[in-house]
Design a binder for this molecule. Structure first.
Ligand SMILES: *[C@@H]1O[C@H](CO)[C@@H](O)[C@H](O)[C@H]1NC(C)=O
Ligand SMILES: *[C@@H]1O[C@H](CO)[C@@H](O)[C@H](O)[C@H]1NC(C)=O
Ligand SMILES: *[C@@H]1O[C@H](CO)[C@@H](O)[C@H](O)[C@H]1NC(C)=O
Length: 329
């Protein structure tokens, strides 16, 4: 969040085109116009983010970046001298959807012309659905969030659900889904077990981040005809991990070799510092027990995934030996 979003904002403002998504004219706001009689204009922005720094995009983190961005020549020169920019912060408690809506209403009543945030997917969905109705031509919403697949659908007119929303982040869950799909294609793999802890990684996109990621994966895996089995680790059916692994992996797919790539920080928050390792090692042990030839490897943040795969999986290795890959995050 920062320079890029401000440039988006300027893009939106200078485009100067908007539709009224309501059938009737909305009640006029005194402050609808950016420009005052004396030839000066002011853009009022609202930061709709949580104060809680558990979330990656929080007020204490984003506000200083905004301040820095405003001092940057690129941004300063992008505004004509007669345009002022001002922002106000609104705490979206716990990145929650209900608080997000009420913050957006407060911000609208305070005459905001543009929203920055929310960034958590559920909160964003609630606000981004109504923002096209706020004000005469809708209120633009710029966010680094919006990872779930719904948010990457077209947003060009009032009929589109999230019209008036701009995602400024470079990556969505769809991109990650296609990363996996490309690997599957590359090695000619056909089946996938998605191991998922629904409420993990809340700092990224708020409540149910992993669940939403899995839903996105499922959406595109289906589309690409890749068979997948989802395993939600919180619904254990009264069985422990070992038993559940047996159930989900079984010999149902006839796998004989496997590589487990796991990320320790992924499970740190929930299972303790070595959570990822513990889970990976129980999978590992289970596989050894079942006579599956397995290789486990912790993902190092600095090593690109492609390199990691080539190193651990190798070219042409996979399909020949019916190798399977587990990626745990
Ligand atoms: C224009 O009007 C606004 C408020 O009406 C005032 O705050 C601002 O100082 C004025 N600017 C100039 C250049 O007169
Ligand atoms: C911040 O959010 C996290 C996750 O929702 C929560 O566990 C924590 O209690 C919150 N902290 C404060 C100070 O509200
Ligand atoms: C899981 O349950 C099985 C069967 O009840 C038991 O033999 C095994 O020791 C358990 N494993 C763990 C890690 O608790």
């Amino acid at each position: 969040m920062g320079v890029v979003e401000l440039l988006y904002l300027i893009g939106l403002m200078s485009y100067g085109y908007g539709q009224n998504c309501r059938e009737e004219e909305p009640p006029a706001r005194k402050c609808e116009n950016l420009c005052r009689g004396n030839g000066t204009c002011k853009i009022k922005a609202a930061l709709l983010l949580p104060k809680n720094t558990t979330f990656d995009a929080s007020l204490p983190v984003v506000e200083p970046i905004f301040e820095l961005a405003m001092q940057d020549d690129v941004v300063r020169n992008a505004f004509p001298p007669w345009v002022e920019f001002e922002w106000k912060r609104y705490d979206v408690s716990d990145c929650d959807a209900a608080y997000a809506v009420i913050s957006a209403i407060d911000a609208y009543n305070d005459c905001s012309h543009v929203f920055f945030g929310p960034s958590c997917d559920f909160a964003l969905a609630s606000v981004a659905r109504i923002t096209k109705f706020l004000g005469k031509t809708g209120t633009p919403l710029v966010t680094t969030g919006g990872f779930t697949f719904d948010f990457v659908q077209p947003k060009q007119n009032c009929h589109h659900e999230y019209y008036m929303m701009v995602r400024s982040g470079p990556l969505g869950f769809k991109d990650m889904a296609y990363f996996i799909i490309d690997i599957m294609r590359h090695y000619d793999w056909r089946q996938l077990l998605l191991i998922n802890e629904p409420e993990a990684q809340v700092h990224v996109a708020g409540k149910s981040t992993c669940l939403l990621m899995m839903k996105t994966f499922a959406n595109y895996l289906k589309k690409e005809d890749i068979i997948y089995t989802p395993w939600d680790t919180t619904s254990d059916g009264g069985l422990n991990y070992t038993e559940n692994l047996k159930f989900y992996l079984g010999y149902k797919f006839g796998w004989t070799r496997a590589v487990i790539l796991y990320e320790t920080p992924g499970y740190m928050l929930f299972v303790g510092a070595s959570g990822g390792y513990l889970m990976a090692s129980s999978i590992h042990q289970y596989m050894l027990f079942e006579g599956i030839n397995v290789y486990g490897r912790e993902i190092q943040p600095r090593q690109p995934y492609k390199e990691l795969l080539l190193e651990n999986v190798g070219n042409n290795y996979a399909s020949e030996f019916r190798l399977s890959l587990y990626y745990m995050a």
